[in-house]
Design a protein around this ligand. Structure first.
Ligand SMILES: NC(=O)c1ccc[n+]([C@@H]2O[C@H](COP(=O)([O-])OP(=O)(O)OC[C@H]3O[C@@H](n4cnc5c(N)ncnc54)[C@H](OP(=O)(O)O)[C@@H]3O)[C@@H](O)[C@H]2O)c1
Length: 335
């Protein structure tokens, strides 16, 4: 049912889109991720408000996975499906919507891992929850050491001619695994468009060969947790506030992790200040400085956070001195 919500006519003003690898697909530099804050225990109106704000401000790219949503995995897809139906039925063609399968989703041997059996069924379930005929990108959420990559690729391959996904991608693969997946898909005439990798000022593993491999293969990188779940923002600079991810029951971010990193975050905040940015904006700009990175996927718990983060592209490029200072600060802390 149409909600009567009217999208902003100025939504694309000032947005510079990035090309995802050697492909025709452009993406907004900021992607909204729905891992947290879109589940059945979250405030639906708030979640809807964040998607409306994101779309009205040029975010075209929305990232989900089959298991997102708390307490019941899948509820983020169901809630996003409701938002799409209510507000964006006429705007599907202006959105990149992605989903993934690879982590635990349902009991028994066919609801986890990298088998064709799991991924094919999961994509159907995701489309059902989302209320969509197709997603733009279907990802293998992680490599499964017990399943040959060739089999996981069988499922990705099938998604494209069946019309259930326009593109396919991989996530959390190391450079060798990424190369194998790309080659296998290429052999079958399918483009492996994108790799979704964790990348931030504090987690530089993609610089150890992955970004170079993606460049060589013509794949784009979409970076997740670029704010280290809130550590690289103003969120924890003065303690752990009520309602923050670290203050709750999250198994992904605890108070010890925050306390161990508040020193480095405070020092980085000073550099951000000297650039005339917030720490969150500098953290996102730092990841986006690499041309291979087509987009940064942010999580958010409020419209204000999205507003602040969207301004990450407003300052000029980093000077070599600024990059050097960031490296020195990060290297000087144990965390
Ligand atoms: N492929 C994978 O394996 C994988 C894994 C993880 C995530 N992802 C994707 O990446 C997305 C982002 O992950 P993430 O949530 O870890 O990303 P993140 O952007 O590093 O952290 C997001 C959290 O930081 C805080 N935050 C964001 N902007 C802020 C601001 N301006 N000021 C203060 N606090 C701010 C919010 O926490 P509070 O709740 O405390 O406000 C927010 O929920 C996910 O939604 C998902 O789509 C993919």
């Amino acid at each position: 049912m149409d909600s009567g919500y009217k999208v902003s006519d100025s939504r694309y003003e000032g947005v510079e889109f990035n090309r995802c690898g050697r492909s025709g697909l452009l993406t907004s530099p900021v992607t909204l991720g729905l891992w947290h804050n879109f589940g059945s225990s979250d405030d639906f109106g708030k979640a809807q408000g964040m998607v409306r704000f994101a779309f009205d401000n040029g975010i075209t790219h929305y990232d989900i996975a089959n298991n997102y949503g708390s307490p019941d995995g899948g509820s983020a897809e169901s809630n996003f499906g409701k938002i799409l139906k209510k507000d964006f039925a006429a705007y599907r063609d202006e959105m990149i919507i992605t989903t993934k399968a690879g982590y635990y989703m349902w009991p028994g041997p066919y609801g986890d891992g990298g088998s064709k059996k799991y991924l094919v069924a999961s994509l159907d379930q995701s489309l059902n929850r989302l209320g969509l005929d197709y997603v733009d990108i279907f990802y293998s959420h992680r490599p499964d050491p017990a399943t040959p990559i060739e089999e996981t690729v069988d499922a990705l391959e099938l998604a494209v001619p069946s019309g259930k996904a326009l593109y396919v991608g991989i996530s959390n693969y190391n450079p060798e695994e990424a190369r194998t997946a790309h080659e296998e898909l290429d052999r079958r005439g399918i483009r492996c468009l994108v790799h979704q990798a964790r990348y931030s000022m504090l987690d530089r593993r993609p610089e150890e060969g992955l970004l170079d491999t993606l460049d060589e293969l013509g794949m784009g990188c979409v970076a997740f947790s670029p704010l280290e779940q809130g550590i690289l923002t103003g969120r924890y600079l003065n303690g752990i506030p009520e309602g923050s991810r670290a203050s709750g029951q999250s198994v992904f971010l605890n108070t010890e992790q925050v306390e161990a990193r508040v020193g480095v975050a405070t020092a980085l905040n000073e550099i951000a200040r000297s650039r005339g940015q917030t720490l969150a904006q500098m953290a996102l700009a730092w990841v986006l400085r690499r041309k291979t990175v087509a987009s940064v996927i942010i999580g958010a718990s409020s419209v204000d956070q999205i507003r602040e983060n969207l301004e990450c592209t407003e300052k000029g490029p980093f000077t070599p001195e600024e990059l050097g200072k960031i490296d020195d600060v990060v290297e000087s802390f144990q965390y």
